[in-house]
Design a protein around this ligand. Structure first.
Ligand SMILES: *[C@@H]1O[C@H](CO)[C@@H](O)[C@H](O)[C@H]1NC(C)=O
Ligand SMILES: *[C@@H]1O[C@H](CO)[C@@H](O)[C@H](O)[C@H]1NC(C)=O
Ligand SMILES: *[C@@H]1O[C@H](CO)[C@@H](O)[C@H](O)[C@H]1NC(C)=O
Ligand SMILES: *[C@@H]1O[C@H](CO)[C@@H](O)[C@H](O)[C@H]1NC(C)=O
Length: 489
């Protein structure tokens, strides 16, 4: 794991985490609860008690998750286990505002669920003041659809997290009744069918994560004016990119990777806060949109694995993307030369252009890419000298892949000859050597074994980028959970 990259991704995610903090601390439901610090329910706080109906409902919910111990607690708000949060109203009656379940880590003490027989009790609809409902890995061995009665939690619920619970079937359209939700997270279940249009009623949504399900159909033409995070990756979504959703100026993260989305990338403008834009492994076609230059905050643009067949990268394609650190354009069947202007993306750390039909030389401007730590140019039709100094080649080491091109070579004066290990494993010879005449260079320089090695290396690196991004997602998630937990404490 590249430490520097981790650092970048961490920094990148601080912004997302920050938005999560805002989300998590956003309280103020329609009820008349007293906000601010929750007064301790000590014996001396005379008269304070938990709403009797809610108390019974909590017992039901705890029984339904295998937490029978809780029914021995005479006052659940006084029980103060991690995972329940209450607030008093003006008459000093306490109401349940948050319930959380699931072992997130060894350090969190949310009640765990008995996975073989847990379910969500319908009594949950009696918690009229509930703002947060959180179930993590609770029902995996007793999987059921998401209950539609959750829609009855109506306008008080702000955060609904049903993560990795084995829920299958459709997303109930009743969830559209949760019009005050800011966070809807149904990550990694077995949900199928299409995304309900009714979700468009949740106008204040900031984070929508439906990733890792089996959702199909087109992404509906709905929009959320305050959306920060849109994550629909790893589903079976098809049809065109959703223009209304992608026009939401508050977006910071868009991940629609690993679906079956087709058509072209529309002109998206004004997404000045967008940090991550991942459309990789879909069925999108060229040309490149000419509007990316408005994405001033963009740090990662990942389009790998879309069939942009023979599309030439325009010289100004990435103009204005001054914060770009990760650019993934591999396995897209791009043709023509690598634009010289790419060398002006001076913050680039990771550049993947492998698996295309790119021809011509590596632009000399690439020697300006001082932060580059990973460069994949293998499996193209590139020719001419490698424009890097020895130090850079040495620093990138195995993360530089140049193999399987038709005529890349090194200039003796660059001092690169001393790094024959790196270069020859990538199939690169001396520019003046007759070996490097394009017609026979491939046979001469790379044996079958070498080829195989380079190919494997490049596939692996694609995975490693994906893996890093997954890890980065996990970091965001863990950070969010951490903040969320700190809010609860
Ligand atoms: C919820 O939404 C459905 C339609 O999506 C509607 O029929 C129902 O009346 C709504 N209200 C409640 C409380 O479920
Ligand atoms: C969703 O999955 C269930 C089984 O889990 C299946 O019965 C149903 O037909 C599927 N629906 C769609 C729309 O794919
Ligand atoms: C969304 O609207 C566009 C036109 O603005 C249309 O082409 C597309 O089919 C619509 N998508 C859906 C899922 O309705
Ligand atoms: C690169 O390929 C394109 C076709 O994709 C061709 O028109 C062009 O002449 C090639 N350029 C070089 C330098 O080989």
């Amino acid at each position: 794991m590249n430490f520097l990259l981790m650092l970048i991704l961490l920094l990148l995610n601080t912004q997302l985490c920050f938005s999560f903090t805002v989300i998590m601390s956003d309280s103020g439901g329609p009820s008349s609860l007293q906000d601010g610090p929750q007064p301790g329910l000590s014996a001396s706080s005379n008269g304070a008690r938990t709403d009797a109906g809610e108390q019974e409902a909590v017992y039901d919910i705890m029984r339904a998750t295998g937490n029978v111990w809780a029914t021995d607690i005479p006052d659940v708000c006084r029980g103060r286990w991690h995972g329940i949060e209450c607030m008093p109203d003006k008459d000093n009656v306490f109401h349940v505002v948050s319930l959380s379940f699931g072992a997130l880590s060894d350090d969190t003490a949310f009640p765990t669920c008995d996975p073989t027989r847990s379910y969500i009790s319908p009594s949950i609809t009696k918690l009229r003041h509930l703002r947060t409902l959180f179930f993590y890995r609770c029902f995996s061995d007793n999987s059921r659809p998401i209950p539609s009665f959750l829609g009855q939690l109506g306008p008080s619920l702000q955060t609904l997290v049903l993560r990795e619970n084995g829920h299958f079937g459709l997303i109930p359209h009743e969830l559209g009744n949760l019009t005050r939700l800011t966070v809807l997270d149904l990550h990694r279940n077995n949900l199928n069918g299409s995304i309900p249009v009714s979700l468009g009623r949740i106008t204040g949504l900031r984070s929508l994560d439906l990733s890792c399900n089996r959702l199909s159909g087109s992404i509906p033409n709905i929009s959320f004016p305050s959306l920060n995070v849109l994550d629909l990756n790893q589903n079976h979504l098809m049809g065109p990119l959703p223009i209304p959703l992608l026009s939401t100026t508050s977006l910071m993260k868009i991940d629609l990777s690993r679906n079956r989305i087709s058509g072209q990338i529309p002109n998206i403008k004004n997404l000045e806060d967008l940090v991550l834009f991942d459309l990789s492994y879909n069925a999108l076609a060229g040309p490149f949109p000419n509007s990316l230059n408005g994405l001033k905050s963009l740090q990662a643009l990942i389009l790998n694995g879309n069939p942009f067949v023979s599309t030439v990268i325009p010289d100004n394609a990435f103009e204005g993307l001054n914060n770009l650190m990760i650019l993934g354009l591999s396995n897209m069947n791009l043709g023509g030369p690598i634009p010289e202007s790419m060398g002006r993306l001076t913050r680039l750390r990771i550049l993947h252009l492998n698996g295309n039909q790119l021809n011509g030389t590596i632009p000399s401007s690439f020697s300006n890419l001082n932060g580059l730590s990973e460069l994949k140019l293998d499996n193209n039709r590139l020719t001419g000298p490698v424009p890097f100094r020895r130090e850079r080649v040495w620093r990138m080491g195995r993360k530089l892949s140049l193999g399987n091109n038709i005529g890349l070579c090194y200039d003796a004066k660059s001092g690169l000859g001393d790094d024959l290990d790196t270069l020859s494993s990538a199939g690169i010879g001396h520019c003046d050597s007759p070996k490097n005449v394009p017609t026979n260079s491939v046979q001469h320089i790379t044996t079958l074994d070498d080829d195989d090695h380079v190919l494997k290396a490049s596939t692996k690196s694609d995975y490693s980028l994906a893996k890093r991004i997954t890890i980065c997602r996990q970091i965001v998630w863990m950070a969010a959970v951490f903040l969320f937990i700190s809010c609860l404490l």
